[in-house]
Design a protein around this ligand. Structure first.
Ligand SMILES: [Zn+2]
Length: 200
């Protein structure tokens, strides 16, 4: 082992947390037991669809079960609020890759009621950042550099408007083929019930 690798190894051990250790311990047993065997599938989404949804923890298992999606059925992209903020950002890029490289024909933007991104206040997040040790000076510098960090961090007023806006952004994207259908839906985070808002 080179000295550079040795350093890296020591650094990793210093910052590893109990959570990471328990995940790695579980993972070793998971692989040894061959628990993966029932999940083996190809990288192609068999149902030819991609879902953009929220990272809300209530949806982790609920959303695929409520939509009848099993391993191998769909590409699933997640972020805070199921929002598309930038037409040329990583979410749109992922969806376009799913369309062009993985034969996806339907895109589902699935927001949910009671989303934590609704009414989220960017300035409140920045106050918390200061409490956690980020210097106010740094935040001011970002603001003065023309980076609208308050807007970047803020959420939305209405879950349904946010879904409709994301659907519009995808529908009107210059690289989105016209034969792909974009659906907008809202899920109830307890029952999994889907309300269909729009398809275009
Ligand atoms: Zn959410």
């Amino acid at each position: 082992m080179s000295s550079a690798n040795g350093k890296k190894e020591r650094f990793k051990k210093e910052i590893i947390t109990d959570r990471a250790v328990s995940i790695l311990d579980f993972n070793r047993r998971f692989v040894e037991r061959e628990s993966y065997k029932e999940l083996v599938t190809s990288g192609f989404p068999e149902k030819k669809l991609v879902v953009l949804s929220c990272m809300d923890t209530r949806l982790t298992e609920l959303l695929p079960k409520a939509m009848n999606l099993r391993n191998g059925d769909a590409k699933i992209v997640k972020n805070a609020g199921a929002t598309i903020m930038h037409p040329f950002g990583s979410i749109t890029r992922s969806i376009l890759v799913a369309v062009y490289e993985f034969e996806v024909e339907d895109v589902f933007v699935v927001g949910h009621y009671g989303c934590g991104m609704a009414k989220l206040d960017g300035q409140e997040i920045l106050k918390k950042a200061v409490v956690r040790g980020v210097e106010s000076k740094t935040i001011e510098t970002l603001r003065h550099s023309g980076i609208a960090i308050d807007d970047w961090l803020r959420g939305f007023d209405s879950e349904s408007d946010a879904v409709l806006e994301s659907v519009e952004r995808l529908r009107n994207h210059p690289l989105m083929p016209k034969d792909v259908v974009i659906h907008g839906m809202l899920m109830h985070p307890e029952t999994g019930k889907l309300d269909h808002l729009i398809s275009k």
